[in-house]
Design a binder for this molecule. Sequence first.
Ligand code: NAI
Length: 716
Amino acid sequence: MSAIRYELGPDQILTLTIDMPGQSANTMNGEFRQALAATVHKVKEDLESIKGIIIASAKKTFFAGGDLNELHKVTRADAEAFETMVNGLKTDLRYLETTGKPMVAAINGAALGGGLEIALACHHRIALDDDRIQLGLPEVTLGLLPGGGGTQRLPRMIGLEAAFPYLMEGKKVSPKAALKAGIIDELAASPEEMIAKARAFIEANPTCKQPWDQKGFRFPGGAPHHPAMAQKLAIAPAMLKQKTKGCYPAPERILSAAVEGAQVDFDNGSLIETRYFTELVTGPVAKNMTGTFWFQLNAIKAGESRPDGIEKKTFNKVGVLGAGMMGAGIAYSTAVRGIEVVLKDVSVENAEKGKSYASNLLSKKVSRGRMTEDKMQAILGRIKTTDSADDLEGCDLVIEAVFEDSTLKASVTAEAEPKLVDNGIFASNTSTIPITQLAEASARPENFIGLHFFSPVDKMQLVEIIVGEKTSDETLARAFDYVQQIGKIPIVVNDSRGFFTSRVFGTFVNEGISMLGEGIHPSSIENAGLLAGMPVGPLAISDEVSMTLMQHIRDQSKHDTEAAGGQWNAHPAEAVIDQMVNTHGRMGKAAGAGFYEYPANGRKYLWPELENLYTNSDKAAAVQLQDLKDRILFIQAIETVRCLEENVLRTVEDANIGSIFGIGYAPWTGGAIQFINQYGVRAFAERARELEQQYGERFAAPKLLLEKAESNTSFA
Ligand code: NAI
């Protein structure tokens, strides 16, 4: 069976239905390329008797885009063959576009990446009018570019500037929005209507030529040499660099492909696009990003960390204790996914305040036309506010998000547990207290687990599931199901102080603060954090977290270490934090003063006195940016290896996904462990040794890393 069904009807309209055998979605793989070549061959033979062509899909979606399995394997050595193969595919599509016969895309479902590119090669695009359908070119989000003509056709269709958000940011739109943007031409209410409209277009337009194949074609919005456009384009690379920090080559290559391609004819533009596409496909960043954001994320979503053989569970009623910042967010994220929520605080007034967080978020959606008033009311109707534990009766799961105080947490556990259904789960959202210790307050520690959400809960996709010593596999499996039911990404870790994410995050923050103590200029530190690819500099994030909280966590760890007979090794950051808090009264953002000043106009700036207090001009002048960036990325990667070695982390997938989604570890790296793999384990171990000699034992390579370096094997 061919991947493309060829049906030439008695009305001389040829319908090409894409239906890749044995696949749930159509993708641009070898099988598709072969089928397309065979189709072109047949069309050449039948051309006289073809009036027009309709391209349709037999799947639920129109076309899913490039085959990432295939792209991921292409190496630098294959570059030439890859380029030839891509150009071959594009020539076939180009043939269909230039026969002179009308070609219509009947878009019945999502058309992403290569899917939208096929549609763009058509003379007319009709999509089903369904807001759930997405159209877009998301390649950039995986470090790639739309290599099927997208960087050439879309700018020629809607203009360079209008095309940039789709090409360089991976913007996706509904068919209605695509119609408004000029990306499609018509909407249809049903598949039947869509085909009828496609036929009508063909009947009404016996010959068709793309605008860019017509004489005197003018670029919509102005060609690159048009003075106004030239001015905008002149600053575009610099603006882009500011955004990508030089870490992400894809947006820059997309800009080049689109702008260079716009200065030549379509076919030469297409060749330019292929060259840049090949460069990205065979480069390290796309490998890192597809590996992690596609393969590893899919493995997690498929439940690789969920214990086998336990039936999947659906949650109907969830209790949330504490309606503060975290509780309010958890209640919202749960109710949005159709689950009844009981939101309990010490007073109904407090609980209502927590619920207002949900109504604020939902009202914004309604006012932007992204949700109906009825839907909002239905979601709010699912959040019951209370001050009484009796209302928790019948909950499948209760999550506590009360103050970070183990005595309080113990009392709410004892109060809530008897109200749960048989086998119901009690979860803690603690950020620092070991789960095994909290489970001591539980009458059923096997049903006790950690569910560590991140702030703001509605935006942060990750949930760290923490398994205590007595937590059962069944409880873990169910916690996993809940996290998936609310549409978040679960990683599973074993109990440890700070679990995985807070522990590694702490190394980032402390490294930045130690640099300050060494005399490095504060702006160089913040800049190095951003240039390494972290979303925020280490000093700014310390202010967000609050330095008093950092002191509190450190004191607790120190106390526990010493109580267990261990010796506390003070981190060089500690002295700086103590000085900031105890001597200067600068606790962080919430207190209005930290490493930054927080004026009323909202434009924070580094506290000028930091320079006098800490900066050593010799040191500041001698420092190498690469050194600072390495320290930031290495210290976190090394701590991640320690978490794997200590079995806090169970899989490399959880390490990579958790580091990016939970900590903000530079996405271009593909995660903290992928950073080591890409750097090369041996080279990484050697560089770690240099950093250890210069900055101290905290950079010492863990045994697991040394073993990998010795045998020269990557983390699998
Ligand atoms: P918060 O201070 O905003 O809210 C705590 C809420 O618990 C308050 O509304 C308080 O009235 C309520 N509460 C106190 N005693 C209660 C009781 N007996 N029954 C019901 N409610 C009670 O605190 P936040 O930031 O929401 O943190 C809550 C928990 O989540 C803490 O354990 C914290 O460590 C953890 N966490 C915090 C994160 C953050 O970024 N703030 C991130 C991840 C975890």
